[in-house]
Design a protein around this ligand. Structure first.
Ligand SMILES: NC(=O)c1ccc[n+]([C@@H]2O[C@H](COP(=O)([O-])OP(=O)(O)OC[C@H]3O[C@@H](n4cnc5c(N)ncnc54)[C@H](OP(=O)(O)O)[C@@H]3O)[C@@H](O)[C@H]2O)c1
Length: 301
């Protein structure tokens, strides 16, 4: 039997909608190359700001255990955290250890402090909380004291405690400064804000990342949740099906993933049903130029 593209997409969708058991044997999420290493990275990950800052009761832990299970079973791997996110690093570390899934995770965390010694102490503590001897990606959070931390990150990379290094921000006002940094220094990743109503990266930063071989992680694809909440009461547009979307969350994620310079998007969630929904954006086709313009016209305005 020949599998047409639309049948394939329907099967992929059905497998994930049906839940983990089917998804495990179904198709895997799409990947994109990290320019500096050529390594394939799944396009949808999970952010942990607020969503993983929870205590140790079963009621708080069980849904997050399930979120990570859904992420991995869909073929995803990127988990983004920070010492700024309260208990999140420790929660992720505990859940990965309990499930024995550390090797499935691409752990991305951050250094968020002033000073050389404080940076080393904080990164050491992050490894302890994650219960690991290395993280896949260490990012300088919000560019805080980046000139001081960068040599430490490079030294840790040499030693293998960090596989890749990055720098982050979440506001357009810092994009120009970030661009200068990306053109001057060698970073593997930049993490920045991009959403249908927050399109500043399209101006220059995505091009700067592409020209300098820097992978791009997108944070706040739902505008921190506010953009998505505004859209949820509206019926889905008729064109949603053309790009295999069955929810507003998938539409917003496919909007950012339509940019070839974007490597991965990390919507934050502590809910398994939302993780399953978000993971779907890693399957099927993405909007072309005409549809992107239509999305901006019909949704952002
Ligand atoms: N400077 C930085 O480095 C920086 C700054 C900001 C963010 N980040 C990273 O980027 C991640 C994403 O940003 P964000 O969490 O601020 O904002 P976001 O991803 O735009 O939105 C997260 C919100 O959307 C909700 N949500 C997620 N999936 C949903 C779905 N399918 N349907 C309905 N609601 C859904 C979540 O609530 P539920 O838990 O109920 O799903 C949460 O309230 C963060 O978690 C963090 O890891 C980094």
């Amino acid at each position: 039997m020949t599998l047409t593209r639309s049948t394939f997409l329907q099967l992929a969708g059905a497998a994930l909608a049906a839940g983990p058991a089917l998804a495990q044997t179904g198709p895997r999420m799409q990947t994109r190359k990290i320019p500096s290493t050529g390594q394939d990275l799944p396009v949808v990950g999970c952010g942990t700001w607020q969503t993983f800052d929870v205590g140790d009761s079963p009621a708080e832990r069980a849904p997050r255990t399930e979120v990570l299970k859904v992420l991995f079973e869909a073929g995803g791997s990127v988990i983004d955290s920070s010492p700024m996110y309260g208990r999140a690093e420790g929660v992720v570390g505990d859940l990965l250890a309990e499930a024995g899934t550390r090797d499935k995770a691409f752990l991305a965390t951050k250094v968020w402090t002033q000073g050389h010694e404080a940076g080393i102490a904080q990164m050491t503590e992050s490894l302890r909380r994650f219960r690991t001897d290395h993280v896949e990606l260490m990012q300088i959070h919000n560019m805080v004291d980046w000139r001081v931390h960068l040599p430490t990150l490079r030294a840790w990379k040499q030693e293998g405690r960090i596989k890749l290094i990055g720098i982050t921000h979440y506001t357009e006002s810092m994009h120009d400064e970030l661009e200068v940094i990306l053109r001057r220094e060698k970073f593997d990743f930049v993490q920045i804000n991009y959403a249908l109503d927050d399109r500043g990266v399209e101006r220059r930063l995505l091009r700067a990342a592409r020209e300098n071989g820097v992978a791009v992680i997108i944070n706040q694809p739902f505008g921190g949740g506010g953009l998505l909440r505004k859209l949820l009461p509206r019926p889905l547009p008729a064109w949603a099906g053309e790009i295999g979307c069955t929810s507003w969350a998938q539409i917003l994620l496919k909007f950012v993933l339509a940019q070839p310079a974007v490597t991965c998007v990390i919507p934050g969630t502590g809910r398994p049903d939302h993780m399953r929904d978000n993971a779907q954006a890693g399957f099927g086709s993405y909007p072309d130029r005409d549809l992107l313009q239509r999305m901006v016209r019909e949704i952002a305005t």
